[in-house]
Design a protein around this ligand. Sequence first.
Ligand SMILES: Nc1ncnc2c1ncn2[C@@H]1O[C@H](COP(=O)(O)OP(=O)(O)OP(=O)(O)O)[C@@H](O)[C@H]1O
Length: 666
Amino acid sequence: MNRTNTGNTYIRLLGYLKPYWHKSVIVLILSAVGAYIAVLPTQILGIAVDEIKIADTYVQTHRSDETLRNDKPYSHEQKNPIPLSKPMTAISAYIHERWFENHNQTLVTLVFFAMSFIILHTFGGAVTLIHGFITSELGQRLIYDLRNELYNHIQGLPLSYFENNKTGDIMSRIMNDVNSLEQAIVGPVITFITDMFKFGWILYFCLKLDWMLTVIALFVCPFISLCTYNFGKRIRRVFRSLRDKTGELNALIQDNISGIRVIAGFAKESDEMKRFQKKNYENYALYVRILKLVSALRPVVDLMTETGAMVVICLGGYKVLQGQLSAGTFVIFFPYLQMMYGPITGLTRFYNQVQRAIASTERVFEVLDTPGDLKVAPDAVDLPPVLGVVEFKRVHFMYNNDMEVLTNINIKALPGQMIALVGPSGSGKTTLTKLIPRFYDPTQGDVFVDGYNIKDVKPHSLRKQMAMVLQEPFLFNDTVKANIGYARSDASDKEIEEAARAANAHDFIVELPKGYDSVIGERGVKLSGGQKQRIAIACAILANPRILILDEATSSVDTETEQLIQHAIYRLVKDRTTFVIAHRLSTILHADLIIVLEKGQIVEMGLHHELLANGGLYKKLFEMQFDTQEKIKPEISGGETGKAGITVSSEPILDLNVSSQPSKWS
Ligand SMILES: Nc1ncnc2c1ncn2[C@@H]1O[C@H](COP(=O)(O)OP(=O)(O)OP(=O)(O)O)[C@@H](O)[C@H]1O
């Protein structure tokens, strides 16, 4: 985004008020009315001064109480009378004649003015109140809409976005930046509009009273604007850096809190504290810079407005002495000028707040302008219920146009088949499976499901027909029931329990403090690795997909748990087309097809015994696992199995573990 394009960013932001244009119009009308009411009391003050002055002069010349009581000693024949004086004096004269004829007219007039003062303030207060309610609601609405749009957009962003951006920073954009739009845009805009109305009314009245004095008083305005503009530019630049730094700080906090066990485990608390302090200091330093800029601006602007006021006092006073201006006009002219400078200095404040908000808005729009997930053809169709044929045709793939991670992949899986992906670490097994639900598109070639090119179908209809069980299942901080039922929100309790039974999870679930209603903590922290895996398997069983992607867990579990998981997996994969990323070759001996990958290329393909007979990479990997197993067995178990909580499987696996974990529920 072009960062200098403040206007466009601002107009785009104001576009969010479009659906609420009727409320916006009401706000505008109320602003105009409120501003008008706000400038009237000053005029009443001026008229009162003139009234007293005239009455005083009259008393000085006539010295007669009787005359004072009954005569009408007023003269309002000024060249430029105070605009409100005519209607006000007319009304007060009417009140005097009608109801208080025996009372002093000046006193009646003053009491009437005082009452008007209170009525105007009360009425103005009511307008401000309604105005405030509507604007607050509008502001919150803008936040609500923008945050919804942002979150919705983020959900559709490509995986690469989340791989290249920090979670804490993304969260900071959704929460802090969107929030600051309300604080720095909606409020200031409304204040600005009201100020502008006020400015307009006062300018109108002042020009009517004495145009020359008004023009002279306004000579400082261009200087104020210029000064404000220059400071604003600098403030905005620093604010943008501050927002970015706040995002980084958030990301650091998020990362450290998630990895708190690793930090504690490696005793890195003081190093992390130093890292945190450094980032925190950067935030602090930027904030101080902003405060300095804002503080420096204020006195400069004040000096200019005071200069204007000084000129008005001298020139206005001179005019009063010359009889060109009434004392009442001089009295209201001065506060009016102050009120006129108010919106101009308010403009400074407004400008600064807007600069701040623009920095946040840019960060929000940056996310909104990131192109969405996948290019979905306008004529994309819903994928009908599939049998489960998955075919890769001449597929090549690279992340970030960097280096090819998959080269010329050709595979065909028939319904119900189990395809095992084998190969050294980094050979491209996981990447290959990511292309089936279209998390990424191949850079060349195509993937087909039941003959449909997956680029031609709606991603949602494709993904609905598959499930993934990951190496480290991600569970939500919710109940066991909600986690199993995540794939199917319409699942009944009975179906959830059946799925849990099929996944060999039911027995441990009922032993939890609240059974299926137990909350399992963030990422399922209150469950053991084996338990989490079985919850994930239950979820996949409940989803009942035709196509399954299984990233076999590498984390160690005890023999008994492993048996439970294996049985659950057998039930899960039955009759489904399954791609299994195999880390333990023992588990895929009966796969329908074993694909051996090396540096992104298929180097071997076939059944277990065929590949062993080939004597290629598969055989090497198989023997390596078996050999390692044989070697480490006596080393850690002292020649015995199951000693001191360490169990070794009779299968040729690499994983060994401490058998039972302490309860995390206590
Ligand atoms: N999001 C990513 N962005 C850039 N490169 C990636 C990304 N994910 C994986 N890679 C690279 O792609 C290559 C293949 O990775 P992949 O995860 O598919 O391997 P794997 O065979 O599943 O490995 P493992 O058995 O260790 O899980 C690796 O070189 C890896 O560094």
